[in-house]
Each structure stands twice: as structure tokens, then as C-alpha cells.
Design a binder for this molecule. Sequence first.
Ligand SMILES: C[S@@+](CC[C@H](N)C(=O)[O-])C[C@H]1O[C@@H](n2cnc3c(N)ncnc32)[C@H](O)[C@@H]1O
Length: 214
Amino acid sequence: MSDRAYTPPLGTGDTADYDRAIRRWTREIRWRRAMIELLAPRPGETIIDVGCGTGSFAVMVKTGAPGARVIGIDPDEEALVIARAKGDAAGADIHWERGFARDIGSRSADAMVSSLMFHQVPMAEKRAGLAAMHAALRPGGRLVIADYGRQRGLMRLLFRLIIQRLDGVADTQPNADGVLPELLHAAGFVKIREAARIHTVTGTIALIAADRPG
Ligand SMILES: C[S@@+](CC[C@H](N)C(=O)[O-])C[C@H]1O[C@@H](n2cnc3c(N)ncnc32)[C@H](O)[C@@H]1O
């Protein structure tokens, strides 16, 4: 965590460089498409992207499922400015909100998504964010996360060299040690499954799905 009360999109890097960095270093198309497949958005659903950053995934959801109501939430105003512009350019009617995961409040959403956010937040925030996301889902609602998960072998080294330099060690190490599934379980999620593990030059990105009990 930086002295800003949260870590911005590219950690110690510049938010203006975020989209280019993600495209170049994370096999972005591969994991975002896998995330969409796992989410399978349907018309009429309310889908909330928590820690939406510069809005790439929220725009992808809305353009692929125009009948869904899509909300993007992030604490970083600079990222939200980019997200709004991206949504407008795509003609995607998305509701952007400034806020933290823990402050989502009562919503009754059909699905929650979050990409590359949890590895950047402290343990207490990971727990509080997941609890709030669980509470804001309707019973039977689903959660899809794409984030750096357990890192093994070479992936652990690459993760240390790049992601931990940008985002620090304290918040990222629990993810690298594989903490996400147990945090989901503790927050009350069920049917927790790792649907894919995508190896990148910055470490392994895990696709994790879970449900709120019906
Ligand atoms: C690496 S970026 C990922 C952005 C986007 N989800 C994506 O896939 O490109 C992480 C984002 O999480 C946001 N963030 C940091 N702490 C947060 C928190 N406690 N709750 C919600 N979002 C947070 C940051 O502002 C940043 O935009």
C-alpha cells in the first residue's frame, strides 16, 4: 500500500502507462476473454466491476452484453477519467463510481467481477472487500476474479521482479502464497473453483469463480 491509502493502477508507475503495460506484459486478451467466458453475462443482469481501473473489462462486458447493467467502481479518479473516455468512445453506457470494495453497500447484483485488484490491497482490505462483495450479491449470484494467484517456480521469480517491484511485497505476497481461495471461503462463498491459470512474463494469473449460496 502506498501513502495514498491505496495502490493506484500501476503501483509506483504512471496511470497513463497502465493500459499499454497490461497489454504488453500480461497476455491481456487471453485472460480477459477467459474472464468473459467464465462470467457469461446475460441481458438484464446487474454486473459490478470492483477495482475497475481504466475500465477495459467493464467496457468489454457491456459491449458483449448490451442488455446488462454494468457498474464500474474504483477509488482512483485518474483511472476513472480514462475509463469514462473509453466507455464513451465505445458507446457503452456504464455507470462509473468512485469508491473502495469495502464500501459497495447493499446492491443485490447478479455478478461481481474483479481483475488484478486483490493482489494490490492489504490483507484487511482483501477480507473487507470480499465480505462487502458477498453481501452485495443476490443469493445465488456469482463472483469472477482474475488476479495473480499462487506463484510457483519461475513464475514466483518473475512476479517478484516485476509486480512486487511495482506494488510492493506486503500486499502481494499473500496472493503469491495462494491465499485467495481460503479468503473466498471465509467470506462465505461456495463452489470456489480455479478455472484457469495463465502464465505471463509477470507471473501466473488465476481465474477464480465462486458463488454466493442460493
Ligand atoms: C491493477 S489495477 C486493475 C484495474 C482493472 N481491474 C483492470 O483489470 O485493468 C487495480 C485497481 O484497483 C484499484 N484499487 C486499489 N485498492 C482498491 C480497493 N481497496 N477497492 C477497490 N479498488 C481498489 C486501483 O485504484 C486500481 O485501479
